[in-house]
Ligand binder design. Structure first.
Ligand code: MIG
Length: 773
């Protein structure tokens, strides 16, 4: 039974917060504040006292809020914009957000109105339709038994953030609950005009982002929860993974085949079977007798190696990681002090308590031997955490709370220093969704510490709001079936709209047998997803690019070659995500928020602002219908022009899929390479697709692709513009090289306009160039 808070009386300001109290018992407080000019926070406390102990932020910096947060990365003292607003004004801004708070004996709830035209996006990794309006589900990370389908209620990564978009006026706003326990979300399911989010416990903290565009909401949301740091360029290439490549010899064969058969590839991945009976940080020395030799051969081929590490630590008194963890008390325990154990691949396991910074530091340093042997990056799996002995009995549609750690494990966090860096000890029940993210954080911070001059690359399966600060995300165990190509699009678009730009699905599908046609269509989807990795489960037929012969092998290759050609464009988009939180893979409404039709498109996506990809997701299909928003669009393959603002059917023989370029845009591209850093991008091609009377501008971002120097501004920005006015076509290039100079001799400028193609080569490095074509 929930009682809505009413009869609020204003108590005054305490620090930055404006505090209201309920008149009746039970006494509660609502404390609100404005951060920046478009971010607000209101928190409900089941208490008549405002707790004002300081806390520490996820990035280790000091904050001024009186509570601890795993999600938030920017403390109150770092928001400057509001200045000196008058008290009465602040109160009037906050007042609309004081409605809809309710309390029950063991739960708290926030209810926000849903406008009649409002659609609901975001909410992290979920199957089903992109618009979540009308649905109810829990936010609770689990490993769904045997993959996921349209009815899976919750998955590995859930994010308590939604973006509301009213299509009639194109306005967007966002709501985040700063909560890592279970959240029961109801987006207009039980009451069509209300969105509610319910948590257990004594405190409910919500942030509101005022938009008004989808891009503004993402900017505001990621200013609070953090942004992806630039990953190494090689991680944007094509990856080949398998559960499992079983030997050093096999790794050598796969890498060599990639090169011999000209399949661009930047990394090979080792799944759990490289280890000594699933002990983390060990090798099976009979199948991998000389990892260093293996890795140096890979490096000589321009390949990288990524290894998997799970949290489950084998209980084995002869195993050093177990010994150290026991000696220093690094593993999770119940409140009564008993160790939490669960069965995973190695058999009975204990689990590191990543809520403690001393445990994260320890775990981070455990990667040292692997890095010394040359391993390039890490893959964290099973970090919901998944406990498989329970998984067997799990019925994911009915039960979402099993197959993971027990609610009453007590994470020690800051232990006897609750106001220190990690905050106070927390029950698993309230920490659960942060477990995977904090493991990824331990990995990311460990890699950064051990290799301070290189950008870490970490892939995680589990996470929550803010995980983008530490890792890229893949969507776990999909299936080799047509429905999964379609399902990937709304899922990944919503993940991108939840602040996690670096995302992808297993190309070819994980469970079940793939086939040539399905694999090719999967590769065409993955070719323009931010993360591009082929992965397959044990026991299935092989699905490497060559596995099904011709014509599939060539079609796979050409999809991936398209990605490599567009690498300058993708790289610039990664930088945009790192600096403003913009997704790379974008729903159409992101750029066309007032377009009713665009708002409903779930089977196509924008890559940045200029490309629209519409993968094939039906067996045997050689055409499909595509919605093109208003404007003119150019077919990527043929250069044909199409008017937007409606649906059209486009052909798609096996080796192609519908892919379009928006008119009045500039697309940078380079030659195909076998791995991203094989050569400098030479020549850099700037293709301008222009209306007969048009203007396009673009800024290309480049840097060294691997070091952290970009954080000190070592980068190249090249401003390009193209103007077409009847017969006059002018392209301007202006280079800004700031402690980084791309090695380049020339630009190739191509302009498509009014059925003509104009072309010129220009010497690079002249600073500013005006080119008339
Ligand atoms: O229970 O490590 O999602 O990508 O290949 C399966 C084996 C455990 C699940 C991951 C998958 C990986 C597999 N893992």
């Amino acid at each position: 039974m929930f009682t809505e808070l009413s009869k609020l009386s204003f108590q005054g300001t305490f620090g930055r917060e404006y505090v209201w109290q309920t008149a009746k018992k039970p006494n509660c407080l609502l404390a609100g504040t404005i951060l920046g000019s478009q971010v607000l926070r209101v928190r409900l406390l089941r208490s008549s006292r405002l707790d004002n102990t300081r806390y520490q932020l996820a990035d280790g910096g000091a904050g001024t809020l009186p509570y601890h947060s795993w999600i938030v990365a920017k403390g109150d003292e770092q928001w400057h914009e509001t200045g000196q607003l008058e008290e009465a004004i602040v109160r009037s801004i906050l007042e609309p957000y004081l409605q809809g708070w309710a309390i029950a004996p063991d739960a708290l709830r926030l209810t926000r109105p849903l406008a009649s035209e409002e659609r609901v996006f975001g909410l992290g990794e979920r199957t089903g339709t992109m618009n979540k309006r009308g649905q109810a589900f829990p936010i609770w990370n689990i490993d769904p038994h045997k993959g996921h389908g349209p009815r899976t209620v919750t998955m590995y990564t859930s994010i308590p953030f939604y973006l509301g978009l009213t299509l009639n006026d194109g306005r967007a706003h966002g709501v985040l609950l700063d909560h890592t326990g279970r959240v029961d979300v109801d987006m207009g399911n039980s009451n069509g005009s209300a969105a509610s989010m319910t948590v257990q416990g004594d405190s409910l903290i919500a942030y509101f982002f005022t938009g008004p565009t989808p891009a503004d909401v993402l900017k505001q949301y990621t200013e609070l929860t953090g942004r992806m740091p630039m990953p190494p360029r090689w991680s944007m290439g094509h990856h080949q993974c398998r559960w499992s490549y079983l030997s050093q010899k096999q790794i050598h064969q796969i890498a060599t085949r990639m090169r011999e058969r000209n399949h661009p590839c930047d990394a090979i991945w080792l799944d759990i079977d490289y280890t000594d009976e699933y002990r983390n940080f060990t090798w099976n020395t009979s199948t991998f007798p000389d990892p260093e030799q293996m890795i140096s051969e890979l490096h000589a081929q321009g390949m990288h190696l990524v290894t998997i590490i799970d949290p489950g630590t084998k209980i084995d008194k002869h195993y050093a990681v177990y010994q150290q963890g026991i000696e220093h008390d690094y593993f999770c325990r119940f409140q009564n002090g008993e160790l939490f154990t669960g069965t995973v691949w190695p058999g009975a396991c204990v689990f590191p308590d990543y809520s403690q910074s001393r445990v994260r530091d320890w775990w981070g340093n455990l990667y040292q031997p692997l890095l010394q042997q040359g391993v390039d990056a890490m893959w964290n799996d099973m970090n919901e955490p998944a406990v498989t002995n329970l998984l067997v009995h799990d019925e994911p549609t009915a039960e979402t709370k099993t197959n993971t750690m027990s609610d009453d494990v007590l994470h020690q966090a800051g232990r006897e220093q609750p106001t220190g860096i990690d905050g106070p000890p927390t029950l698993h029940k309230f920490y659960h969704n942060a477990y995977g993210m904090e493991m990824a954080r331990a990995t990311y911070e460990g890699l950064l510490h051990l290799r301070p001059d290189s950008r870490p690359f970490v892939l995680t399966r589990s996470g929550t709001a803010g995980v983008q600060r530490y890792a890229a995300l893949w969507t776990g165990d999909n299936t080799s079936q047509w429905a999964d190509i379609l399902m990937a699009m709304p899922m990944c678009m919503n993940i991108g709209m939840s602040g996690v730009a670096f995302v992808g699905v297993d190309i070819g599908g994980f469970w079940g047998a793939s086939n040539g046609e399905l694999l090719v269509r999967f590769a065409q989807l993955g070719a323009l997803m931010p993360f591009c990795r082929n992965h397959n489960a044990m026991g299935n037929p092989d699905q490497e690019p060559w596995s099904f012969g011709e014509p599939f092998e060539s079609a796979y290759r050409s999809a991936i070659e398209t990605r490599y050609r567009l690498m300058p464009y993708l790289y610039t988009l990664f930088h945009e995500a790192a600096s403003s939180g913009a997704p790379i893979m974008r729903p159409l409404y992101y750029h066309y928020p007032q377009d009713e039709q665009a708002g409903g498109v779930e089977d196509a996506f924008l890559v940045g602002e200029s490309l629209l990809s519409a993968p094939i997701y039906e067996q045997g299909a050689t055409s499909r219908s595509v919605y093109l928003p208003a404007g003119i669009w150019f077919d990527y393959w043929t250069g044909d022009e199409y008017p937007g603002g409606g649906w059209n059917t486009f052909t798609a023989p096996l080796e192609r899929w519908p892919l379009f370029i928006r008119a009045n845009s500039i697309l940078p591209s380079g030659p195909v390479m076998q791995f991203v850093d094989q050569y400098p991008t030479e020549p850099l091609t700037l293709t301008c697709h222009m209306a007969t009377d048009g203007l396009a501008t673009y800024t290309l971002y480049e840097d060294d692709g691997n070091s952290l120097a970009y954080q000190q501004g070592a980068s190249a920005r090249t401003d390009i513009s193209c103007r077409v006015l009847k017969d006059f076509v002018t392209v301007e290039i202006e280079e800004h090289f700031d402690n980084y100079r791309p090695s380049r001799e020339e630009y190739e400028v191509i302009v498509h306009t009014g059925g003509r193609t104009l072309q010129k080569k220009v010497q690079a490095g002249q600073g500013k160039m005006v080119i008339r074509l």
